[in-house]
Design a protein around this ligand. Structure first.
Ligand code: AMP
Length: 397
């Protein structure tokens, strides 16, 4: 993240329920069905956060970040809660990494955000990614489209479930999120494409986003039905999916939301962001990731054999750590053979053996784990000796 110049932002585990109702929209799946809400002892309705964009914007406004700089580039890594039916890739508590770039209306900002998401996905799943892209236009073109959508679907309303019939009345855009196959079939047959309703400026913006992605060699597909699950999106919407994940194949969802800051009480401020599901990234990475995870690695393993050496070993570990070494100290009181095997497993470069004979001489044995060579070193000189072994270049200079 540091290569893109984003700063971390942390927000509380819960927020007022009202924030999500206003920010995400009352007819959305999240607000309608999935929130973990509760009333506190002061009678306030609170909700464990089901998404991060509204809380980040709330914090942005409350802390006046807009006054500090014209553009805030923020990222988060956090736990979220949604009351959904758990299945592979869908959990009730899960984690998202996301970014929000608040302040720029220009398409290069959308491209930057999509590029971060794509970089991140490639790290976990180098093959089988698909970027799906659409523009849902700015808010002023929305009413005409919504009217047209309603007109097109109303004659077929009898085929819709009760929930989707209600959506048709209150917020027909949400029909695109419906999991009902009949609704999806109806949309395929009869729904006008939102892309046909874009203003000239919306179209220019969309074309510039596509040109930016092409310049960065990020392949994408235009998906005219990608109208993402939240109410606040304007213009760019995108998703990144991975092959082989089954039904829950979306790694990332994001887009531009130029109206949200004002909707939550701030000045008109354009913004764009995405959220990536950490558990899904891990699923997509599969075994490849396990091979990349480094096994625990220590600089020094302290092999303690003599009972009288335990305190000496503890203080030696403390001093070595102060000098910057990663130190593992034996606490299972195993045999020397078992401790040295453990030192090997931990990847230690050096083992220090505290045995009775050495201790009687005021020394410990320093064993080079690569060559097997060992020498007795005075206890008082251990740290200095270890530093020269660990950083021989410091000696040379
Ligand atoms: P959303 O906030 O719904 O746009 O979701 C963004 C990303 O978060 C999705 O693409 C998934 O990778 C992940 N995600 C959403 N809901 C869940 C869930 N219930 N369990 C695990 N990951 C999820």
């Amino acid at each position: 993240m540091s290569t893109y110049g984003y700063r971390e932002i942390r927000t509380p585990v819960f927020e007022s329920t009202e924030l999500f109702v206003r920010g995400i929209g009352s007819e959305t799946e999240i607000v309608g069905k999935e929130m973990y809400s509760f009333t506190d002892q002061g009678g306030r309705s609170l909700t464990l956060k089901p998404e991060l964009t509204a809380p980040v914007i709330r914090a942005y406004l409350q802390n006046n970040l807009g006054r500090e700089a014209p553009l805030s580039r923020l990222y988060y890594l956090d736990a979220l809660f949604r009351q959904e039916r758990p299945q592979k890739g869908r959990l009730r508590q899960f984690h998202q990494f996301g970014v929000e770039a608040i302040g720029s209306p220009h398409p290069e900002q959308d491209v930057e955000v999509i590029a971060i998401a794509h970089d991140l996905c490639q790290l976990f799943a180098p093959q089988g990614l698909t970027v799906r892209l659409n523009s849902v236009g700015s808010e002023d073109v929305r009413p005409a489209y919504l009217q047209r959508l309603r007109d097109a679907l109303e004659p077929h309303a009898a085929r819709l479930s009760e929930l989707d019939r209600r959506r048709l009345q209150t917020n027909p855009l949400r029909l695109f999120d419906s999991k009902d196959p009949d609704t999806q079939a109806l949309l395929d047959q009869h729904a006008p494409h939102i892309g046909d309703y874009l203003s000239g400026e919306d179209q220019e913006h969309f074309a510039a986003v596509q040109a930016g992605l092409m310049a960065l060699n990020i392949p994408f597909e235009h998906d005219p039905n990608l109208v993402r699950g939240l109410d606040y999106y304007t213009r760019t919407t995108f998703e990144i999916t991975a092959s082989g994940l089954g039904a829950q194949d979306a790694l990332v969802g994001g887009g531009r939301y130029d109206g949200l800051v004002a909707q939550l009480g701030g000045r008109d401020t354009p913004a764009v962001g995405f959220a990536a599901g950490i558990e899904r990234l891990l699923l997509a990475a599969g075994d490849a990731l396990a091979q990349q995870v480094p096994s625990p690695s220590a600089d020094v393993y302290l092999v303690v054999l003599a009972d009288e050496a335990r305190l000496t070993a503890l203080t030696c570990a403390k001093e070595l750590r102060r000098a910057g070494a990663t130190v593992i100290l034996e606490t299972l009181r195993r045999s020397m053979k078992a401790q040295l095997r453990e030192a090997n497993r931990a990847g230690a470069r050096v083992a220090i053996i505290f045995g009775e004979a050495e201790l009687a001489q005021g020394t410990a044995l320093v064993k080079n784990m690569a060559t097997g060579a060992q020498e007795a070193v005075a206890l008082g000189k251990l740290v200095e000796h270890l530093t020269t072994i660990m950083h021989p270049e410091a000696e040379d200079s």
